[in-house]
Write a protein that binds this ligand. Structure first.
Ligand SMILES: NC(=O)c1ccc[n+]([C@@H]2O[C@H](COP(=O)([O-])OP(=O)(O)OC[C@H]3O[C@@H](n4cnc5c(N)ncnc54)[C@H](O)[C@@H]3O)[C@@H](O)[C@H]2O)c1
Length: 374
């Protein structure tokens, strides 16, 4: 399938490069509100630079990859659908459920697919953890925690404003990886209780080129609470951009027969730790699985696995075979409602009960990955 990218910012390079990993799509054009960005990417990746209107009416393109900022996600998804194209969007799907449901209605009317990142849960660690849980290695999961804490994004991103506006913050921007992973592992969420805080009303950018500029914070920078899942598991969470340093692990799951620590769901691999009852931790390395083999050097020089694009490739395969995609609209809408519910519960000081109930995305086995990989 020929595809076009709208939004040629920070993450776009990863998507341009992923067409070398997966075999069922080719990026032929790109667009950005900022024409210079589109021209620069077009030159670097040997594609056509077009305006947003031109790319939407480009007849050879069957799917748009939406890499704009969160506040533009719905607009670009809707425009893609109205132009008769499928759309795979970066997370979050939209700013709120109202927008998400509009997307769902249009996607149904047009019988076109909408898919959404993150796809990291399809990586080696996420899929192996899922397999271990389904093989009952820790028994029924009844409790757990997830922790994501850092001191924000203003020290690395060149334009970090959007991180501190509604539609971002630690839950919508990073929590989305944890929530999607947990739904992959233990199924949909039933209810939420949370509280929120904002440590400082302004952030000072320390990255270049806008070092020293101030950003006003318009969404909570800390959210803490409890998620109750349909399988009755209770998961405590702490999402914050107000913490300099900590020693919590990312995702811990406690089952009737043992415990499991799942690595950072922002990445495709990493070691799983598993213990039977109170025995010692066993280290389970996932680096030899297809979507765990290190293929990229990270900023700190370490080799990591980065297979962003698997969700898009799986969705194109789903379109070709008329099946449900794993990074489906159904899953993205449920995750969006959980994120909105976390904010709502903290604002209203009430338990939020979810209306949506996604199905667990289907397990992705190595034979299916083989078919999609070059
Ligand atoms: N940067 C990362 O490491 C990263 C990782 C994973 C996911 N994401 C997600 O990807 C998305 C983009 O992030 P980014 O870091 O690349 O942001 P960015 O600000 O670097 O790039 C966004 C680009 O979209 C363009 N744009 C904005 N509105 C537009 C519109 N209406 N029409 C056309 N172009 C428009 C902007 O001009 C900009 O070039 C976000 O949703 C983010 O959450 C980013």
């Amino acid at each position: 399938m020929k595809v076009g990218i709208i939004g040629c910012g920070n993450i776009s390079e990863t998507y341009f490069n992923c067409q070398k990993i997966f075999n069922n799509f080719e990026i032929t054009a790109c667009a950005d509100l900022n024409k210079e960005f589109a021209s620069k990417s077009a030159e670097q990746f040997n594609v056509k630079a077009q305006s947003v209107d031109e790319i939407l009416s480009n007849k050879e393109i069957g799917l748009i990859i939406n890499l704009t900022i969160p506040s533009a996600h719905k607009e670009i998804i809707v425009k893609s659908l109205n132009a008769g194209k499928h759309c795979f969007s970066e997370k979050p799907l939209a700013m709120n459920m109202e927008e998400g449901l509009e997307i769902q209605k249009l996607s149904n009317e047009k019988t076109l697919y909408v898919g959404c990142a993150p796809d990291t849960f399809l990586g080696a660690a996420g899929q192996n953890a899922r397999k271990l849980i389904e093989e009952d290695k820790i028994g029924k999961v009844v409790l757990g925690t997830f922790n994501l804490m850092s001191h924000g994004m203003e020290h690395w991103h060149p334009n970090p404003d959007f991180f501190f506006k509604p539609g971002a913050g630690p839950v919508f921007d990073v929590g989305v990886y944890y929530l999607t992973q947990l739904i992959n592992l233990i199924g949909p969420v039933k209810s939420i209780s949370s509280i929120s805080g904002t440590a400082t009303p302004e952030r000072i950018i320390t990255s270049e080129p806008r070092n020293g500029e101030k950003i006003s914070v318009e969404t909570p920078t800390t959210l803490m609470g409890i998620l109750e899942f349909h399988n009755n598991a209770k998961i405590q969470f702490f999402c914050s951009w107000d913490v300099w340093k900590h020693k919590h692990s990312t995702i811990e799951l406690y089952g009737l027969e043992g415990s499991m620590i799942v690595p950072d769901p922002n990445f495709f691999s990493g070691n799983i730790l598993l213990s039977k009852k109170d025995e010692d931790w066993q280290i389970i390395n996932n680096d030899s699985m297809l979507l765990g083999i290190p293929n990229k050097t990270d900023n700190d020089g370490s080799k990591i696995a980065n297979y962003r694009g698997i969700g898009l490739s799986d969705m194109i395969d789903a379109i070709n075979n008329q099946r449900q995609a794993r990074c489906s609209l159904d899953l993205a809408l449920h995750v969006l409602e959980v994120m909105e519910g976390i904010i709502r519960s903290s604002e209203l000081n009430q338990v939020y009960h979810l209306k949506s109930k996604s199905i667990q995305p289907k397990f992705l086995d190595e034979t299916e990955i083989e078919k999609l990989k070059f």
